[in-house]
Design a protein around this ligand. Structure first.
Ligand code: GLY
Length: 378
């Protein structure tokens, strides 16, 4: 049974997000905000993994409103990313987060050839990170002297594989999809636990492909349950099913979704880690909530109506609570849309603050509820 959507709050939430983003588009401009401190988004260098979310949010709101001012800022952000794409050395697996929400978004909305080419360049760099022995996409480069992370794969990359699926769709060349599927098969085998929770990091032996260790990464501990990691997994697996029709991805996405939905506190907005103890475990991560909500809405559209309501209603409960309890609509002194995101608790970075990806997925969730696509991962 589908819950009837109270369209009034959805339209109101969309208008407030649009209004706030219009104001932000003037004060932030073609920059790369990540986390808000003291009411203002701190800007990052264009090579930081979050660079796509601000322009992605502008594209989403432009698509739903026709506001040319938002489009112009998104286009300038895309152009600024050329220095990262052409510079090459600062690229890691986040190519999907960065170019799906900029160039692929632009291409989908305007058909611009230059943007298609940028997306394809990014896809080629992502495909080149594939380790044949371990069948995983390498996450990071050695950023510090002596660091060797050539065996590291992370759950976040489940979202980035959509760039490879897109590249196969636009070129007709299946190689990109083959790599994406091989990586997602590795996710099924090594990242998803039987209870539906997920590991953040799996470290492989890059020569043999054997698993060396599994790590907690941005979660509380190796066997805990980092909520944003679960959101990346449920959404990324739903996307992999959408692109391939392989039922193993759909089943795993549902498994993670059930884990996620049954661990939510009363107000439906997740703690940053579902297994962190005591007061530490009380800290919220609104970005995990908004990302999971968008993934749940996609999932709801991929299954029959008899089960779609589980995912759709779960997503509606999360999104409505984000709107009513975590929004900054009455606070013009705060640029972030959603309070209480947690970026990296173990490294003591950006805890309990607005995060640009939390804002992006909140807007994307509202667009999904309204049926106001397109969506750039699909
Ligand atoms: N590692 C990207 C994230 O914070 O989810």
């Amino acid at each position: 049974m589908n819950r009837t959507i109270d369209q009034a709050w959805v339209d109101e939430a969309w208008s407030k997000a649009l209004e706030k983003t219009r104001t932000n588009s003037i004060s932030i401009g073609a920059e790369f905000p990540h986390a808000s401190q003291g009411g203002k988004y701190v800007l990052e260098v264009p090579s930081w993994w979050t660079a796509g979310f601000w322009p992605g949010m502008l594209w989403q709101l432009y698509a739903g409103s026709g506001d040319e001012g938002l489009k112009a800022v998104a286009e300038r952000c895309e152009e600024r990313l050329d220095e990262v794409l052409d510079g090459y050395v600062k690229l890691d697996h986040d190519l999907g987060f960065m170019w799906l929400l900029t160039s692929v978004a632009n291409y989908k909305l305007t058909g611009r050839e230059e943007s298609r080419v940028r997306g394809l360049k990014a896809a080629n760099y992502l495909a080149a990170r594939f380790n044949l022995k371990g069948r995983y996409i390498r996450a990071w480069n050695p950023w510090r002297e002596g660091e060797d992370n050539s065996g590291v794969a992370i759950i976040d990359c489940s979202m980035n594989t959509s760039l490879l699926f897109w590249a196969s769709e636009v070129t007709g060349d299946p190689r990109y999809r083959h790599i994406a599927e091989a990586h997602m098969d590795t996710v099924l085998e090594h990242f998803i636990r039987p209870d539906g929770s997920v590991y953040h990091i799996v470290n492989f032996n890059p020569e043999t492909g054997e698993v060396a260790e599994k790590l907690g990464g941005q979660g509380y501990a190796p066997e805990s349950a980092w909520s944003r990691g679960a959101a990346w997994a449920l959404y990324g697996l739903a996307l992999a099913y959408h692109h391939t029709g392989k039922l193993s991805y759909l089943h795993a996405s549902k498994q993670v979704a059930h884990f996620f939905l049954t661990r939510l506190p009363e107000d439906q907005v997740p703690h940053w880690d579902f297994r962190a103890p005591g007061d530490v475990g009380e800290i919220r991560d609104t970005s995990a909530g908004s990302c999971a909500a968008s993934g749940l809405l996609l999932l709801a559209g991929l299954v029959g109506e008899s089960e779609a309501y589980i995912y759709r209603n779960g997503a509606l409960r999360i999104t409505e609570s984000l709107y009513r309890n975590y929004g900054t609509w009455d606070n013009p002194g705060e640029q972030g849309l959603l309070l209480h995101g947690t970026s990296n608790y173990p490294e003591d970075r950006n805890i309990d603050v607005p995060l640009i990806y939390g804002d992006f997925f909140y807007v994307e969730s509202l667009a999904r509820i309204k049926g106001a696509g397109p969506f750039y991962w699909e």
